[in-house]
Design a binder for this molecule. Sequence first.
Ligand SMILES: NC(=O)c1ccc[n+]([C@@H]2O[C@H](COP(=O)([O-])OP(=O)(O)OC[C@H]3O[C@@H](n4cnc5c(N)ncnc54)[C@H](OP(=O)(O)O)[C@@H]3O)[C@@H](O)[C@H]2O)c1
Length: 295
Amino acid sequence: MTERAKSSEGSEMRILVTGATGTVGKPLVTRLLDTLAQVRVATTSPQTARERFGNAPEYVEFDFERPETWGSALEQINRMFLLFPPAVGVTPVREFIDAADRVGVGHVAYLSILGAEKLPVLPHRRLEKHLVRADLAYTFLRASWFMQNLSGIHRPEITADDEIYIPAGDGRLGFVDTSDVAAVAATVLTEAGYENRTLDLTGPESMDFDAVAAVFSDVLDRRITYADPSRFAFARHMYRRGVPTSIIVFMGIEYSIVRLGVSGRTTDDVATVLDRSPRTVRQFVTDHAELFSEN
Ligand SMILES: NC(=O)c1ccc[n+]([C@@H]2O[C@H](COP(=O)([O-])OP(=O)(O)OC[C@H]3O[C@@H](n4cnc5c(N)ncnc54)[C@H](OP(=O)(O)O)[C@@H]3O)[C@@H](O)[C@H]2O)c1
């Protein structure tokens, strides 16, 4: 029988992954399955998750808003990847942190947002503060804007209209690939030395969306432009697309901040943890070119 990895307390390393079916969680589970840790996938839909990951991880039905699901999720867990699903309020996640603390989860890697320290009202920052107050070790993974937003929520306008349709002005971002965020999370959870630290996770380049559109045009060999709609036009368009109002409001605030030009910094944290350069936007578009082919 394979010897399982041990946590610093000497017990078997058992890692609970919340948001396991999300853009960070999927590559994270895949990476953790390559380690000796026992991985537990927490999801509202275990059957769907099993179809993706197979029989290697454990599965548990888990819902932040249903405390009766927390006990079996946390049983024997000593490490955890935690995220805040935007549709869930701060209170259930805070209470879940308290439950994890009570049962002795030793270390939480928490997915937060780059610059959270400057935004005290941001749910992510409120949860960071709660983790600091709790009696467990934490690592804040403050991530920049995910490249996967381009292949996710913003993909329809790229494929149908050859446009990046985002109201961010000429604000710049340090676009990060979620596979790099996942790789850092896997390292933080399985290696010692990251307790009570904050990592600012960005890609290697600070770019505005005109520059991103130029990369798309070059790689896809067709002209992709950056539309930069007004915030009102963006909100109306997303509403007509059927995007939930809470997400439209969140994006409106997010892109207003990007427009201010305060979101573009890059850091060396991904390179330092992974001992390699983070992935570029060009690599991302090249690897996922088929997702952006014309409708
Ligand atoms: N997008 C960005 O550019 C960016 C940048 C930095 C940080 N972030 C932060 O990253 C987080 C989102 O991460 P992501 O993009 O990997 O996730 P995601 O793709 O948005 O997926 C959301 C995940 O949350 C889970 N979930 C939803 N409701 C739940 C509930 N009631 N109980 C338990 N689980 C629930 C879903 O799991 P099931 O459906 O399987 O239950 C799913 O795995 C957010 O906090 C966001 O603010 C995003």
